[in-house]
Design a protein around this ligand. Structure first.
Ligand SMILES: *[C@@H]1O[C@H](CO)[C@@H](O)[C@H](O)[C@H]1NC(C)=O
Ligand SMILES: *[C@@H]1O[C@H](CO)[C@@H](O)[C@H](O)[C@H]1NC(C)=O
Ligand SMILES: *[C@@H]1O[C@H](CO)[C@@H](O)[C@H](O)[C@H]1NC(C)=O
Ligand SMILES: *[C@@H]1O[C@H](CO)[C@@H](O)[C@H](O)[C@H]1NC(C)=O
Ligand SMILES: *[C@@H]1O[C@H](CO)[C@@H](O)[C@H](O)[C@H]1NC(C)=O
Ligand SMILES: *[C@@H]1O[C@H](CO)[C@@H](O)[C@H](O)[C@H]1NC(C)=O
Ligand SMILES: *[C@@H]1O[C@H](CO)[C@@H](O)[C@H](O)[C@H]1NC(C)=O
Ligand SMILES: *[C@@H]1O[C@H](CO)[C@@H](O)[C@H](O)[C@H]1NC(C)=O
Ligand SMILES: *[C@@H]1O[C@H](CO)[C@@H](O)[C@H](O)[C@H]1NC(C)=O
Length: 745
């Protein structure tokens, strides 16, 4: 089975066979055994069942890889008496095609683990690998060795890949070289390369594959992934200049992804499920970038079944990614369909593109990128050749641009620039491939992205899980105060105002975040919420009043963002909408409804543990009707004489604690200022920060301590202090630091 990306045309090729006719008999397992391996059946011995041979690594099934049970009860291909089915040692294509050099050892055939070394004749210099090993997937390690000589040609000698021959020995501009593969091999990639004006050859080097040659998941993901990554990250380019001025995100580009899966009869139901899984993996991966692509997802055979309509994304419907995923997941293949009408697929995609272009206008359409991902056997047997439709799509996307200087913009429109062709071994590997495609760690600037561990056992793992965590120490004449904080952008740490006392200076404040540039960060300034006034309600029976208990610490220098140092998501920012997969124009209210929607909303906060480790505490914010009962215990706090709990606990607080219906953890002194957060998939969103509580149940400053019946904690709800956050973090005139994009409403 193969897997191909051509520009953005990706096709997963399945071994596919067609047949028709009446049901007659079942097949038998007689003479089906394979020496050195085993086989599996997709539908037992019924017609249409595919018998798949399996061999250990480094071997492949010979003479055939699969057999199909036909309606008359016979196998195609039928087993042959004189060539029994067996596992054969994997062979690599002939490397001795190299010009102007020696290959040693010279052999008739090269098998798995055979090593070769390459040397150039005098006067020639080598590019590529001087030593190559034949790998279990039937490919040579390293890259094609090429012996070249200064020739005055515009392009360098393109060499000859193993197993191939090349026509064309002139390497001047516009000259073409053509490749073909020797017997038993087929060509993967583009058979022609043209010497371009920039001295480079067009296309990638083609390769010669045996029937048993395949690309490993890693190879596919590296090649396909880097192009997907490029197209996604240029949409969302991180411009972190040396001056550290700003991280700006261009949101202008739109990515349209069209996915079609062949479900014609001969592809097994299991395979459809695997394809669905792979699609879901891919959607999940792509959404870990801040982009929200528009998706067209369809299944097809002789008919076209639309699963997700891309036009919905343009009708300002809020299509959530999770919705897309469940639609894909729930799709059931109904009646059996034979035939593969590839043309129909392309026609549908072309129609959609035309609609989109009409809808957004030609100018805006130029900002759109299109990626087509196709899972099929590629053998269109109905509806005619898709080639003309593909050409029309290209025209549509390329805007019929022609001429030299357009080459670059063409590729930009298509998202996936270079051409890739892949062949993978089995459908299972498709998902693995997509799993590997996008390594989230390479994506910087995404708030709240983190790694999950079953158990955090090292400080490095703690950083990867809570990359936004900051420890704050304030040292003044009265001693030292320890608090937690959270990184909200590369320059700012969010914490509680009560960590500071009157008269504290920036130099008294130490922030610890280990970004590899030194653990201790110098503080430039800190800003308390202007409405924070601890004595504000002294005369109303609340000796210590913690309303607006929030502060921002500005660092002297920005921290280096990495997988272990990364801001947390905070409410009412576009970044958070992206993390929550809110598509289109979203509002602060939508975010709040998503994050604090249930009467009991599970939240977490951190406490220090020995070493550099932290423990996660669980609590439940009592919202709606449950809130009044929660906050009334504020009156039991020492020295509060007010009779209305709302005097001490304004609407700006979330209330946690108690044992009903869940036994919450309570906050200890050192937990102050820390993030009260929720995870949404792989992203962490801070909804509040630890402020004050009614009882001190902790023996030490920190620890995982459980609540008693009446103990309550109150946390500043960040949704209620957005103006303060926005005024500082979203102030566009402050080019000194990166600004967050706050939502309009
Ligand atoms: C074929 O095998 C299936 C079970 O594998 C059985 O139900 C069916 O009756 C068989 N058909 C014939 C024609 O033997
Ligand atoms: C190449 O591999 C084959 C099969 O494993 C082995 O029999 C042969 O000895 C190897 N040749 C060399 C030169 O290593
Ligand atoms: C980054 O920003 C600087 C100045 O703000 C600009 O000169 C440069 O071209 C930008 N780089 C990218 C890749 O956008
Ligand atoms: C983004 O789009 C807006 C309007 O749609 C336009 O004014 C602006 O120049 C575009 N920005 C870039 C970087 O293309
Ligand atoms: C591109 O050119 C073809 C003819 O070469 C024409 O039929 C088609 O309409 C053109 N497409 C656009 C988008 O202009
Ligand atoms: C993201 O979350 C999924 C489960 O939702 C998990 O399997 C995956 O490992 C996570 N990725 C990272 C980078 O933590
Ligand atoms: C705090 O509140 C008290 C009582 O309302 C008031 O007297 C005092 O001026 C306030 N302090 C600040 C800094 O606003
Ligand atoms: C309560 O008030 C008394 C007297 O003002 C004081 O000594 C004590 O520390 C206060 N308790 C708390 C927990 O603040
Ligand atoms: C943004 O920052 C500038 C400079 O510090 C300040 O003058 C301005 O008032 C701020 N704007 C807002 C909306 O806070």
């Amino acid at each position: 089975m193969g897997f191909a990306v051509h520009c953005s045309w990706l096709a997963a090729l399945l071994c596919l066979h067609f047949f028709g006719g009446q049901v007659c008999c079942n097949c038998t397992e007689e003479k089906m055994e394979i020496e050195g391996g085993h086989y599996t059946l997709t539908k037992q011995l019924q017609k249409g069942s595919l018998l798949i041979y399996h061999c250990p690594e480094g071997y492949y099934p010979y003479p055939v890889m699969t057999r199909l049970c036909q309606h008359d009860g016979s196998w195609r291909k039928a087993p042959r008496k004189f060539t029994p089915q067996r596992c054969r040692v994997v062979e690599c294509p002939d490397p001795t095609v190299m010009e102007y050099g020696e290959v040693s050892p010279p052999q008739e055939n090269y098998f798995v683990n055979n090593e070769t070394t390459y040397e150039c004749y005098s006067g020639y210099t080598m590019r590529g690998s001087a030593r190559r090993v034949c790998l279990p997937n039937g490919k040579w390690s390293g890259s094609t060795p090429i012996c070249g000589r200064e020739s005055g040609h515009s392009c360098a000698d393109p060499g000859i890949p193993a197993g191939a021959s090349r026509a064309g020995n002139i390497f001047g501009i516009d000259e073409t070289v053509k490749y073909s593969c020797n017997s038993n091999l087929f060509l993967v990639g583009s058979s022609e390369r043209v010497c371009l004006e920039n001295g480079q050859w067009s296309n990638k080097e083609p390769a010669c594959y045996y029937k048993h040659t395949y690309d490993t998941s890693l190879e596919v993901s590296q090649a396909f992934g880097s192009s997907i990554r490029e197209s996604l990250t240029t949409l969302e380019s991180l411009n972190d200049t040396q001056a550290g001025k700003m991280i700006r995100i261009s949101k202008n580009g739109t990515l349209n992804i069209y996915i079609a899966v062949d479900i014609s009869e001969s592809i097994e139901k299991e395979d459809v499920n695997k394809a669905k899984k792979a699609i879901i993996t891919l959607i999940r991966k792509i959404s870990s970038f801040t982009v929200n692509p528009n998706y067209e997802i369809a299944f097809f055979s002789s008919a076209f079944y639309e699963v997700v309509n891309i036009l919905d994304f343009f009708n300002e419907q809020h299509v959530k990614r999770n919705t897309i995923i469940s639609i894909v997941d729930n799709f059931k293949v109904g009646q059996k369909n034979t035939g593969t009408d590839l043309n129909l697929v392309f026609k549908n995609f072309l129609d959609k593109m035309a609609f989109i272009k009409q809808r957004v206008g030609t100018e805006q359409f130029k900002e759109h990128r299109h990626v087509i991902i196709l899972f099929t056997d590629g053998a269109y047997n109905m509806g005619g050749s898709p080639v003309p439709t593909v050409a029309r799509i290209k025209n549509m996307v390329y805007m019929n641009h022609t001429g030299e200087q357009e080459t670059q913009s063409r590729e930009a429109y298509l998202g996936l620039g270079p051409k890739h062709y892949f062949r993978i071994k089995a459908f299972e590997e498709l998902q693995e491939t997509f799993d590997l495609i996008i390594d989230e760690e390479e994506v910087k600037g995404l708030c709240g992205l983190h790694k999950e561990y079953k158990e955090v056992t090292s400080s490095q793992e703690a950083r990867n899980k809570y990359p936004w965590l900051a420890s704050i120490t304030i040292q003044n004449k009265d001693g030292s105060t320890k608090c937690f904080g959270s990184l909200v952008n590369p320059y700012f740490v969010l914490t509680a105002a009560h960590c500071f006392t009157f008269g504290d200076q920036p130099k008294d404040v130490k922030v610890q975040i280990d970004d590899g540039q030194g653990r201790e960060k110098k503080v430039k300034n800190f800003i308390l919420h202007p409405k924070y006034n601890i004595t504000g309600k002294k005369d109303k029976g609340v000796p210590e009043f913690y309303d607006y208990d929030v502060a921002l610490i500005q660092l002297e220098e920005y921290v280096q963002i990495s997988s272990s140092v990364r801001p947390i998501c905070i409410p009412c920012t576009q970044e958070t909408s992206d993390a929550l997969q809110l598509v289109g124009v979203s509002t602060c209210k939508q975010q709040e409804e998503l994050l604090l929607r249930n009467a009991l909303e599970r939240v977490s906060f951190l406490t220090k543990k020995s070493g550099n480790l932290v423990d996660e505490k669980d609590a439940h914010a009592k919202l709606g009707a449950l809130r009044a009962n929660c906050i009334k215990h504020a009156l039991e706090a020492p020295n509060i004489t007010a009779t209305d709990p709302k005097v001490a606990v304004t609407d700006n607080f979330l209330c946690t604690g108690g044992q009903d219906p869940f036994r919450d953890h309570v906050a200890c002194k050192g937990d102050s200022g820390g993030a009260v957060f929720k995870n949404y998939e792989n992203r962490t969103i801070q909804v509040a920060l630890v402020s004050w509580g009614t009882k001190n149940l902790c023996k030490w400053e920190s620890g995982k301590v459980e609540s008693d019946k009446t103990s309550r904690d109150f946390h500043i709800n960040l949704f209620r202090v957005v103006d303060f956050l926005k005024g500082i973090l979203g102030n566009d005139t402050q080019h000194e630091y990166s600004t967050l994009e706050f939502l309009k409403d």
